[in-house]
Design a protein around this ligand. Structure first.
Ligand SMILES: [Zn+2]
Length: 113
């Protein structure tokens, strides 16, 4: 994965929102990296500092949440938490399901001043 490019994308989203709010700087950014996303949270954290330098988001605290993988089982039709792409439904053992969450990379909230 290209964590630097992804971090730059996050900074861009954050700065656009902050600028629209007339903010002078961003204090805190909260993002979600789904547990099933191939994106490496440590690398994002590391790259965020470099990507935000010279922007409204410079020095902002980055908070990373890891929403679990969620899937709708094709057999029992329930939404279950799934620990990996190769795991079966924990309720009925069926291996066919459709992912409904947990692979996202998303800006959730920001705190500006
Ligand atoms: Zn099931």
């Amino acid at each position: 994965m290209h964590e630097l490019a992804l971090s730059q994308g996050i900074v861009e989203v954050v700065c656009t929102r902050a600028a629209a709010d007339g903010a002078r700087r961003v204090r805190r950014v909260c993002i979600a990296i789904g547990a099933l996303s191939p994106v490496e949270p440590n690398a994002i954290e590391f790259c965020f500092d470099a990507a935000s330098r010279g922007t409204l988001a410079e020095g902002a605290v980055l908070e990373i949440r890891r929403p679990p993988g969620r899937a709708r089982c094709r057999s029992c039709d329930r939404v279950v938490t799934i620990a990996g792409y190769d795991r079966p439904c924990p309720l009925c053992g069926e291996g066919r399901w459709v992912l409904v969450g947990g692979d996202e990379l998303q800006v959730l909230e920001l705190e500006v001043e």
